[in-house]
Design a protein around this ligand. Structure first.
Ligand code: NAD
Ligand code: UDP
Ligand code: UDP
Length: 312
């Protein structure tokens, strides 16, 4: 039985990944400090004898015995990663060093959940993996963007210097059930606002774009990437190439929820990327992977989840 560690396993993506790994027959160790994750996300897994939960902060060393490591620990939404920016950088950088040290001792395979934010506000569109990005090193998003960039550097130096079996996935905006209702990300904000009959808050003029991937598609990509040959390191983009403006997203959400919400315009936060769309040719070629769930179907599932959990 493969023993697999998922850091950040009680979070949005992590909880779906734990579920999938258990279904695939792994023995899963979920490590989380519950900064943004919750026990609720994994409560249904606690009775499974092959699931173990450990409260731990990855900025501290971790001594366990596993074969595979998925390193997801890090707050992902701007309001959470900007709440304690120093801790955000520590989580990415010290967390990466500790998990790489663990992987080195165990000769375990390790996958890093990196992000499209390494491309910053990109001047190459759509973004390919060989684009180096345009990130402000001193702005309010830098703790996240530069922390994740440094984590990638560490992964590749452990690969070159110590021969570690690494995988780096650059995740583009992903959504679905178990997103935190108050985490400020656009999909959860719009859905919760629409369900409550509140105004939909568009930042800026709403012409900026994002590409939204449904969580099940992303988890499938993660699992495929983890099982590739040693030496196939990435970085590899994972996301849904369907690109939408925030105005289009708002209109879709309002139409699907069917409420009376109006669109209101708020100031655009500093350094907010203008556009974002993954080029997933590499994942298509090497993993035979591409997303299957379109935006409307994924939104329907997510709306149903928020309706249930918020009792709306
Ligand atoms: P999330 O906030 O729901 O999950 C992050 C998890 O990490 C939470 O359970 C949190 O409690 C835990 N955590 C944070 N700091 C920790 C620490 N120091 N020690 C241990 N646990 C810690 O966010 P998510 O959307 O599930 O994101 C998971 C990963 O994927 C993150 O690394 C994020 O950067 C990356 N990612 C996500 C997206 C997306 O759109 N969801 C996009 C790009 C990258
Ligand atoms: N580490 C860990 N678990 C282990 C092995 C190492 O958390 O099983 C941590 C350890 O605290 C160290 C970091 O990983 O600070 C990096 O380890 P590495 O062996 O690369 O560096 P070194 O110990 O030589 O500084
Ligand atoms: N956004 C918005 N209204 C909201 C929340 C976000 O218009 O209530 C915008 C935000 O300015 C950004 C886009 O939606 O342009 C995506 O934001 P999110 O925080 O979800 O992801 P990221 O900016 O990290 O890609």
């Amino acid at each position: 039985m493969i023993k697999t560690l998922v850091t950040g396993g009680a979070g949005f993506l992590g909880s779906h990944l734990c579920e999938r790994l258990l279904r695939d027959g792994h023995d899963v160790l979920c490590v989380d400090n519950f900064f943004t994750g919750s026990k609720q996300n994994i409560a249904h897994l606690l009775g499974n004898p092959y699931f173990e939960l450990m409260r731990h902060d990855v900025t501290f060393p971790l001594y366990v015995e596993v074969d595979r490591i998925f390193n997801l620990a890090c707050p992902a939404s701007p309001i959470h990663y900007q709440f304690d920016p120093v801790q955000t950088t520590k989580t990415s950088v010290h967390g990466a060093i500790n998990m790489l040290g663990l992987a080195k001792r165990l000769k375990a395979r390790i996958l890093q959940a990196s992000t499209s934010e390494v491309y910053g506000d990109p001047e190459v569109h759509p973004q390919t993996e060989d684009y180096w990005g345009r990130v402000n090193p001193v702005g309010i998003r830098s703790c996240y963007d530069e922390g994740k960039r440094c984590a990638e550097t560490l992964f590749f130096d452990y690969f070159r210097q110590h021969g570690l079996d690494i995988k780096v996935v650059r995740i583009f905006n992903t959504y679905g059930p178990r997103m935190h209702p108050n985490d400020g990300r656009v999909v959860s904000n719009f859905i919760v606002q629409a369900l409550r009959g509140q105004d939909i808050t568009i930042y800026g003029d709403g012409s900026q774009t994002r590409s939204f991937c449904y969580v099940d598609d992303l988890v499938e990509g993660f699992v495929r990437m983890m099982e590739t040959q040693p030496g196939f390191t990435g970085p590899i983009n994972m996301g849904n190439p369907g690109e939408f403006t925030m105005l289009e997203l708002a209109e879709k959400v309002v139409a699907l929820v069917g409420g009376q919400s109006k669109l209101v315009f708020k100031p655009l936060p500093p350094d907010d990327p203008r556009q974002r769309q993954p080029d997933i040719s590499l994942a298509r070629d090497k993993l035979g992977w591409q997303p299957k769930v379109g935006l409307e179907d994924g939104l329907r599932e997510t709306i149903a989840y928020f309706r249930r959990t918020l009792e709306l």
